[in-house]
Design a protein around this ligand. Structure first.
Ligand SMILES: [Zn+2]
Ligand SMILES: [Zn+2]
Length: 349
């Protein structure tokens, strides 16, 4: 919340080494042309925020952007609109596609913004939502379904990643799908694969807490490899395997779990290069597809799904903490005892 001195609390990555810091920063200036300021209702702690905290090599690309306020999964209400803003009003409940196209590259000029490779993301390249206020271009706004708890809008970003994995894996009704990794992305994949009519199994490792979340959402095909390392081998082959663990061992397990001509979707982020049994991929004619950010139509689909069964998706949220307890939220994420941790900037002093 703002203080008299015109500053606000923000969780920032301040330097290119491990750690994040809760510091006071100036309130954002008034919104520029075609921009709005959003009063943040909730911002989720993402696996990438944990990697950025640890400062694993896959995030070294952020060094030129530091210091920066993190928080790219968020929702809230518009609190100020800049000049030239049309169709958005103060008080509107919105979520934000954090990754914005550059507007000037060949893909952007050809009206294919989803193909832009020169993107900048709110909460990574520029100040994000682990703060009471965040500035965003209107091109990135999406309205939340009417009546939905605005804090749940913070789930739209991770769910859009899961939805992209389901789309890229071409998951269909009647298929058998195995998801490696019961974190937020894996949980989203499980929910959306089931919604598409697939039978879903989820694989974890020492994942009692996150399996409890999945059980509460009605999943009972859950295999914890710590309890029984061979349990996966005794199940029938799967049509689609989704690697959402970012754990090197999961890659070859996913490959070996597939039927002939099955599809593996790689959506986990790995801290370094991963050895892979490519001969199995060749001999069994598997398909390997990488999947990351959702396109605009996937976002629209995701928000519609969120609006249909908000109470089901709400079970993904295990922690709601004021911003003052952000570091505790990060610690819970690192310990993998949490499913989604939401920080509520408005709830802090
Ligand atoms: Zn994220
Ligand atoms: Zn571009």
């Amino acid at each position: 919340m703002a203080t008299n001195e015109g500053t606000m609390l923000a969780l920032r990555k301040t330097a290119p080494h491990p750690g994040v810091e809760l510091v006071r920063t100036p309130l954002p200036p008034g919104p520029g042309r075609s921009e709005v300021i959003i009063e943040v209702a909730a911002a989720g702690i993402c696996g990438s925020d944990l990697h950025i905290d640890e400062w694993t090599p896959s995030y070294a690309f952020l060094t030129p952007c530091l210091p920066v306020t993190l928080g790219h999964e968020f929702a809230g209400r518009i609190s100020a609109v800049g000049q030239g803003v049309e169709g958005w009003r103060i008080g509107d409940a919105v979520t934000v596609k954090p990754s914005a196209p550059c507007g000037t590259c060949a893909a952007c000029l050809d009206s294919r913004p989803d193909d832009c490779t020169n993107r900048r993301a709110v909460g990574l390249h520029q100040d994000g939502a682990f703060a009471p206020y965040v500035t965003c271009p209107t091109s990135q706004l999406l309205a939340l379904p009417p009546g939905i708890d605005p804090t749940l809008g913070a789930l739209a970003e991770p769910l859009s990643i899961s939805a992209a994995a389901i789309r890229n894996g071409e998951v269909r009704r009647g298929q058998r799908v195995v998801v490696f990794g019961p974190g937020t992305i894996g949980q989203g994949c499980a929910l959306l694969a089931r919604r598409a009519g697939a039978e879903v199994t989820v694989i974890g490792l020492n994942d009692a807490a996150r399996f409890a979340t999945l059980r509460s959402m009605g999943f009972d095909r859950l295999i914890d490899l710590a309890d029984d390392p061979a349990a996966l081998k005794s199940t029938n082959p799967y049509d689609v395997a989704i690697e959402a663990a970012g754990a090197p061992a999961a890659v070859n397990l996913a490959i070996s779990a597939l039927r002939l001509r099955g599809t593996m979707v790689a959506v986990g982020i790995h801290a370094k290069d991963v050895p892979m049994d490519l001969t199995q991929l060749t001999r069994r004619q598997l398909r390997l597809v990488g999947s990351a950010r959702g396109t605009h139509d996937i976002w629209l689909e995701t928000i519609a799904a969120l609006g249909e069964t908000p109470d089901l998706f709400a079970k993904m949220v295990t922690h709601r903490l004021p911003l003052t307890q952000a570091l505790e939220g990060f610690a819970a994420g690192h310990r993998r005892e949490a499913s989604k941790v939401l920080l509520l900037p408005g709830a802090s002093a």
